[in-house]
Design a protein around this ligand. Sequence first.
Ligand code: KMH
Ligand code: ZN
Length: 271
Amino acid sequence: MDKLIITVAPVGAETTREQNPNLPITPLEIAEDIRRAWSAGAALAHIHARKPDGAPTQDREVYREIIERVKERCDIIVQVSTGGAIGMPREERIAPVSLGPEMATLSTGTCNFGRDVFMNTQDDMEFFAEEMKKYGVIPEIEIFDLGMIANARNLIKKEFVPKKVNFDFVLGVPGALSGSAKYLALLQEEIPSGCTWTVAGIGRFELPLSIMAVAMGGNVRVGFEDNTYYSKGVIAESNAQLVERVVRIAREAGREVASPDEARQILGLRR
Ligand code: KMH
Ligand code: ZN
């Protein structure tokens, strides 16, 4: 098995300080949080940005500041979101890609997202993929539902997306695929051979899916974007605390944790 790549998703677009008062919001807070998660064992940071009032933003300058501050602190892989927040037009969502980060997310389909719809038409997907190519940014395919695998395979076939790519299964979003073991088993069988995968369990699915991924040879994403609790009824103290637990699970399972440079090798990124 490859070493385990731990991704931290410290902010997201939906999580609020009411849900977890330890949510980082300013670029400095986000960068400090990512540094602590890196120090705990995270190799990759999935980044969203916020305005000072906490509202989600895809503003290039806010991302620039976050990325600069992260790079001053550590060598973690930077992955920007192109999902942004529900309802943002694609021109807004794509903005941070022009900064040329190592990676960006690419959601390959539309799904319900609570009471909203997370929209990604074929046109949108091709637009995001082309922009990433233009700026030399490696996509990570975000899968929220089963049909999105077929769309991803199609994008790979049409050469919008590289053949060897990392898939991130985001499981447990209300309205999309739930976080049961059988779905994880099915998804990892459905991706093209040679591709790697990560699982991001939403809410109570985060811990069991992390344990499964460690055992199955996949990778793990944790953080306040996906889950704000440490255990039932107990608010997590920090993103680093969630990363530390995955490191302990990996250690118990005899699976080594990848450094950022080892993760770059596994994911086919150039430093
Ligand atoms: N905020 C969600 C609607 C991504 O980052 O690429 C979409 C999302 C996916 O978070
Ligand atoms: Zn995200």
